[in-house]
Design a protein around this ligand. Structure first.
Ligand SMILES: [Zn+2]
Length: 124
């Protein structure tokens, strides 16, 4: 390697996933990995890492659906058994489930990109 080349960043799994979860590039941790609500960027605007190689398809929605279902389905079921509970409590629980899904989706998308990047599993 010549002295002019920047060494390739270490692909540390947990760090890459956490960087993606907070919406940052898995390689440098500075550039955004998502633009708009959930569109992945093609390349990092800071370090130039080619992120278009790591396409997560529906993995993030599957994870979010699994998590929200795991938490809110039993909660909604238990709340619905309580006949003294006001109707709004059930509606609030459903609204909280939807809000959780909307908040988690872009973060999970970034984390999924970080996972693929750390494992260096391009699918293009
Ligand atoms: Zn970067």
């Amino acid at each position: 390697m010549s002295h002019n080349q920047t060494p390739a960043p270490a692909r540390v799994l947990g760090r890459a996933i956490m960087r993606g979860f907070i919406g940052r590039c898995s390689a440098c941790g500075r550039g955004p990995v998502i633009r708009g609500y959930i569109s992945p960027v093609a390349a990092c605007s800071v370090c130039g890492e080619d992120l278009a190689r790591y396409q997560t398809a529906d993995f993030a929605p599957y994870l979010v659906t699994f998590f929200v279902g795991l938490v809110f389905t039993p909660l909604t079921f238990v709340l619905s058994l309580d006949e003294t509970l006001a109707d709004w409590a059930l509606y609030a629980t459903i609204a909280a489930a939807l809000a959780t899904a909307f908040v988690l989706l872009p973060r999970t998308k970034g984390a999924a990109i970080g996972l693929l990047w750390a494992l260096d599993v391009p699918n293009t």
